[in-house]
Ligand binder design. Structure first.
Ligand SMILES: N[C@@H](CCC(=O)N[C@@H](CS)C(=O)NCC(=O)O)C(=O)O
Length: 212
């Protein structure tokens, strides 16, 4: 199984299936193809009809779109519990994962994931503030309902979907909510998170569009 990803410093969508596979012990070959600075890398077209990363190739099956990749993995590796076992918790996990995938445009647009960024606050819009307050509510509800340390107890796809948000909240100092502090500590201590963060921070390429 081969996972195509972009720069570990910036590619938030690549980070999601990567951290899920690493955290759940699913073996795969990683192929990192960096962004071009001014246009989409033409190599992306070779493995993805959208010319975007991530993309997963499993023998004759190719999957693009991070949520589709994560759902494929959950189906292909049922014993690895990528979703919570409990039906109600699973529905909740799917709902917040899709909320992240299809929304939160304020924080996604103004506070790009950046593994190499020094921690420092920036001026943010009301749209970012609204996203942050929704994220605080989601994480607070999950941690108090399921007992932590991850959103649904054990690491699931929901944590993979919010992993890039952990970086954004940390690097742009977006929240001091107690649930956020606790969740950041858990995620940042995860070996897979640290491995991606260290590799991303060590990348030399600077993509101006991804620097706030
Ligand atoms: N909806 C897609 C979004 C994928 C996406 O936007 N990927 C970005 C990188 S994080 C990309 O490949 N951009 C092309 C480029 O900038 O060259 C998904 O969930 O996978």
């Amino acid at each position: 199984m081969r996972l195509y990803i972009g720069n570990k410093k910036y590619s938030s969508w690549s980070f999601r299936p990567w951290i899920a596979m690493q955290a759940k012990g699913i073996e795969f070959e990683e192929v990192l193809i960096p962004f071009n600075n001014d246009a989409v890398n033409p190599k992306y077209k070779e493995f993805s009809p959208t010319s975007k990363v991530p993309a997963l190739i499993d023998r004759d099956i190719s999957i693009w779109e991070s949520m589709a990749i994560l759902e494929y993995l959950a189906e292909a590796f049922p014993k690895n519990n990528l979703w919570p076992e409990d039906k109600k918790a699973r529905a909740h996990a799917r709902a917040i994962s899709n909320e992240m995938a299809t929304g939160m445009f304020g924080i996604r647009g103004e506070c790009p994931m950046n593994m190499a960024r020094e921690i420092s606050a920036i001026e943010v819009s009301d749209a970012v503030k609204k996203d942050v307050s929704r994220i605080e509510a989601i994480w607070d509800e999950c941690l108090s309902t399921y007992g932590g340390p991850f959103l649904f107890g054990e690491f699931t796809i929901a944590d993979a979907m919010f992993a890039p948000v952990v970086n954004r909240i940390e690097k742009y100092e977006l929240s001091s909510h107690s649930a956020v502090i606790a969740y950041l500590k858990t995620m940042k201590a995860l070996a897979a998170y640290k491995a991606w963060e260290d590799a991303g921070a060590a990348e030399a390429q600077v993509v101006e569009a991804d620097e706030a």
